[in-house]
Design a protein around this ligand. Structure first.
Ligand SMILES: Cc1cc2nc3c(=O)[nH]c(=O)nc-3n(C[C@H](O)[C@H](O)[C@H](O)COP(=O)(O)OP(=O)(O)OC[C@H]3O[C@@H](n4cnc5c(N)ncnc54)[C@H](O)[C@@H]3O)c2cc1C
Length: 408
């Protein structure tokens, strides 16, 4: 049996994997990147990329078709909405297949070997020796393995067994159902019944129990319409999406199951494997590196891949490199996600209070959008929002809370 050796192997070539391969190749490492499918490929996703990700993209990204959004509209069901236009880019709305294909093409640089349509058949780790992968009948050896194979990560399954917590998407809830730790969500590319202003991303906090619904503009006639339950798994994401589309003033479609895809947004709390194997780097969805408040993952996939490569380049020793990367995940990312989870717990449990707050004080929305531009993370946002909230005349709505009166 043939045997090849690489400085690093990357499994999965979505935004995380393609970024890792590109950066490792640029640093002169001999790297192999594999994906089980051919590109361009489709992935259920809103395709909203926050503005803070732009500096991390390779040159030429602006040629990929996108719609620039500079504002946020928040709705609470049918007619109410609060909107703020920041006048600066907060998110770029891509079609995921196009964005991923661009990143994939950019990964094909010097030093990088790419294999698509290749599956990982087996994987073993031996302390002090490294990883042996069986790919399409060939043995591949490496001391640095980057798992970028998404929420269904086979690397993780082969190294650690099945995920401990399973949250199953109910049967018949759409195509691409899987059983992995995270939050089931549904999405379709639909048309808006009324003309809408493409400057805004629309977030509805009234129609999804424990989560939100979205409508993101796209280049071309369609809009990405979806729902995610971020506090509790949605028992039937497709039904929730349908209900949102029915109740919502702009989007009047009643999708058939064939048009809707259901997939899972990973939960950071369920990924405990960071730092447990020397030379292993879990990036993007495979590492649970997804914001638990918005379910944003593309930026974090690119960021975490960049951090893994930084650690590999800075530390010749694979064990020290993976330790340094894992420390970053736990101390930086997961601490911020813990704060984002606290925010989710309050806002998605009491959306009416949140809506009331941003209706009275839209500057809170402006402050929140600064997470998307990179000026704040969840911790610094919460501190800044806390200071602002302390200055607000709470008496305005606290009596109505005590007496249980409705806000609207
Ligand atoms: C409905 C929905 C809407 C979303 N909307 C947004 C949004 O608007 N904005 C945002 O930022 N995030 C969004 N996300 C999250 C975002 O899609 C993910 O966080 C992001 O795709 C993670 O990128 P990744 O590279 O880690 O994994 P992926 O994009 O999932 O890529 C993983 C790759 O690994 C390959 N692979 C899998 N198994 C193997 C194997 N065994 N061998 C080889 N290759 C393998 C797959 O083919 C795939 O190409 C959304 C998620 C969902 C479910």
């Amino acid at each position: 049996m043939s045997c090849r050796e690489y400085d690093a192997v990357v499994v999965g070539l979505g935004p995380a994997g393609s970024t890792a391969v590109r950066l490792l190749g640029e640093k002169g490492l001999r790297v192999l990147g594999i994906d089980r499918v051919q590109f361009p490929r489709w992935k259920p996703c809103g395709g909203g990329l926050s503005a803070r990700a732009i500096p991390l993209l390779p040159s030429g990204w602006e040629k990929v078709p996108y719609v620039l959004t500079t504002g946020v509209q928040v709705t609470m069901g049918d007619s109410l909405f609060q909107s703020v236009d920041m006048g600066v880019p907060i998110a770029y709305q891509f079609h995921r297949d196009q964005l991923d294909y661009f990143l994939f093409e950019k990964a094909k640089g010097e030093g990088a070997e790419i294999e698509t349509g290749s599956s990982l058949e087996d994987l073993a780790y031996e302390e002090g020796i490294g990883f042996t992968l069986l790919i399409d009948g060939a043995n591949i050896k490496t001391k640095r393995l980057i798992a970028a194979d998404g929420i269904t990560s086979q690397v993780k399954r082969l190294l650690f067994g099945s995920p401990r917590e399973f949250r199953r998407i109910p049967r018949g809830s759409g195509k691409n159902s899987s059983g992995h730790s995270g939050w089931p969500s549904s999405e379709l590319l639909g048309k808006a019944a009324e003309p809408t202003d493409d400057r805004y991303v629309l977030i509805d906090i009234g129609s999804v129990p424990g989560g939100y619904a979205w409508s993101f503009p796209k280049d071309g006639p369609g809009k990405a319409l979806g729902v995610a339950g971020l506090l509790n798994p949605l028992p039937s994401p497709v039904r929730t999406l349908r209900d949102f589309l029915k109740s919502f003033r702009g989007e009047k479609e009643d999708p058939s199951d064939g048009e809707v895809s259901t997939w899972v947004i990973p939960s950071w709390q369920s990924v405990k494997e960071h730092g447990t194997i020397e030379g292993l780097f879990l990036v993007g969805d495979a590492g649970g590196i997804v914001d638990p408040f918005l379910g944003e993952g593309i930026y974090y996939a690119i960021l975490s891949a960049s951090k893994a490569v930084q650690a590999i380049v800075a530390e010749n020793d694979p064990g020290k490199a993976s330790e340094s990367y894992s420390n970053w995940v736990r101390q930086d990312m997961f601490r911020d996600f813990a704060q984002a989870s606290r925010l989710s717990a309050v806002i998605y449990r009491f959306p009416a209070i949140y809506y009331r707050l941003i209706s009275s004080y839209p500057q809170l929305l402006t402050l929140f959008s600064q997470i998307m531009t990179g000026r704040h993370d969840y911790r610094s946002f919460s501190r800044a929002a806390g200071i602002k909230l302390l200055r607000l005349p709470f008496k305005k709505f606290i009596p109505s809370l005590r007496t249980g009166r409705r806000f609207f």
